[in-house]
Design a protein around this ligand. Sequence first.
Ligand SMILES: Cc1cc2nc3c(=O)[nH]c(=O)nc-3n(C[C@H](O)[C@H](O)[C@H](O)COP(=O)(O)OP(=O)(O)OC[C@H]3O[C@@H](n4cnc5c(N)ncnc54)[C@H](O)[C@@H]3O)c2cc1C
Length: 425
Amino acid sequence: MKSGPERTDVVIIGAGFTGLSAALELKAAGIDFLLLEARDRVGGRVESTENGLGERVDSGGQFLCEDMPELMALVETRGKALVEAYVDGEFVAQPAMSEAEAERTYLASMAIRDRMNRIDPDDPAIAGLSVATWLASQNDPDDAKAAFRSMIEGLWCQALEKIPLWHLIDNDRRITNEVSELQYFVRETMHSLADDLARDLGDRLRLNTAVKAIEHGPGRVRIVAATGTIEARAVLIAVPPATAAKLDFAPPLPAGLQRSLAVWQSGAVIKVLVRYPAAFWREHGLSGMVMWRDLPGLFACDASKDDDHAALVVFVGGPLALRWRDLGDVALRAEVTARLVEALGQQAAGVLDLSYRDWTDDRWSGGAYSDLIIDVTATDAERRLLAGTPPVHFASSELSPSFPGYIEGAIVAGRIAARKIMAGL
Ligand SMILES: Cc1cc2nc3c(=O)[nH]c(=O)nc-3n(C[C@H](O)[C@H](O)[C@H](O)COP(=O)(O)OP(=O)(O)OC[C@H]3O[C@@H](n4cnc5c(N)ncnc54)[C@H](O)[C@@H]3O)c2cc1C
């Protein structure tokens, strides 16, 4: 006899840190749920791969700092060892400038960022402005503006021309760390933490289960995946907004909610890990940190685990990632190495291994750390997504009240969403 569809109370779509955190919250409260994940692994934008030396490395989200309380607590309770990132020594700016000039330019770019964040995001005077338009109106030296562009396009992975000024201010104000966000990384990889969380979920977690459609009505939902259909009382769509926009909803979502999903766009990032026989830059009094004003969005820093694992991580973010992606494998490797040689000297050519993960156009998580709103008029898009249309709910790092676009934000967003759903069951 053919049995009917599977039933549960809550279906969570997406096993990134948002979905994993929501699932653990439901589990602790004794709620019946299923967590469905399209990929053959958990973690989403937190992922690990093997480099050419057979070492497991974080190819996605990796760093954290003491100002991220929920992630720090998880790392501690799960017994993960932290490596403190090496920061001693000089920071290098490209094109080359003196240490004093580099320091002055960095401080000037941070002053622009502080000035921006003092603007009220709801101020009607900035309505309709992109970050690029606002920056052009500022009276700062060109060097400071170039450093500001490089920093913002590196951190948000999107061209300044596309980002609404109110959105960047609103986002940046929620990123409240006072110490560097690159303070620590997890020795066994951040991805191993996602695996640990998943282990607690047992058979409530289903990998290789890509959801295609959501049929919804008052107090009930049907989740349609290639592997079958599940009926539930509520669904949490724990995927980034631009990825959520690709799901089929029946009936279609209310028009305002549809528009609120459509205004997000994924940025672009390529994360490169370059292993060296030794951290040669330290011998020259350099920290390994490099910022390029002439190649906005390019940034490098020391990510050595220990003396036997000397490494630089290079982030290629925003429009530069889209250009370099099109170079192809060989030329991309050559380009990264050449830029490091220019900045740190000939020893940078002595690469042991160079591995990279191109996230641009990633099918399941978008192309970067986070999606951003790219419509200057969409001031209520985030609020509408957070309200959802119960029993259909949305959560992702992007929608977090703290650290949007970070792992910390995903944990917070997942827990809040789970509590909200439980309150409505
Ligand atoms: C290269 C890179 C470096 C980063 N570095 C850092 C860092 O150092 N520190 C930091 O704090 N943050 C970092 N981030 C950002 C951080 O990783 C993310 O903000 C966070 O992990 C997002 O979690 P999430 O659960 O909201 O979304 P995701 O991790 O994207 O999870 C969404 C999940 O949903 C799944 N999914 C999507 N569609 C479907 C579907 N139809 N059916 C089923 N499943 C689906 C996806 O496969 C994915 O597993 C980085 C991100 C990248 C890409």
